[in-house]
Each structure stands twice: as structure tokens, then as C-alpha cells.
Design a protein around this ligand. Structure first.
Ligand SMILES: [Zn+2]
Length: 55
């Protein structure tokens, strides 16, 4: 079995679920790409305004 393969969110490379680093439930081929993906989200988060409930 193994038809449900996982791929690196950054470069699309096939990854091994058992050893691949994870961020936000996504798999990555390496820690480097995992960190780049996280910093990517971080940068986008600063640009777009967050919706907050004023209490
Ligand atoms: Zn990658």
C-alpha cells in the first residue's frame, strides 16, 4: 500500500511520512523547506489584515 503519498509543500518532491518534517500538518522534503514555508506564511500574515472580533 501507499497510494496516498505525500509531497513537499514547497517543491513538490515526494516525501516519506515517517521521516519527513511537518509544519501545520503539511509534509516537507527537508527542514529547510519546512522553515521556508513557515516564514512564507509569516510574511503573508503581516501583509493581510487579520479579522478580529472586537469585544
Ligand atoms: Zn521540498
Amino acid at each position: 500500500m501507499g497510494w496516498f503519498d505525500k509531497y513537499c509543500e514547497k517543491c513538490g518532491m515526494k516525501v516519506d511520512k515517517k521521516t519527513a518534517p511537518q509544519r501545520f500538518g503539511k509534509y516537507f522534503c527537508s527542514e529547510k523547506h519546512a522553515e521556508e514555508y513557515v516564514s512564507d506564511i509569516d510574511n503573508k500574515g503581516k501583509r493581510s489584515p487579520e479579522q478580529q472580533c472586537g469585544g
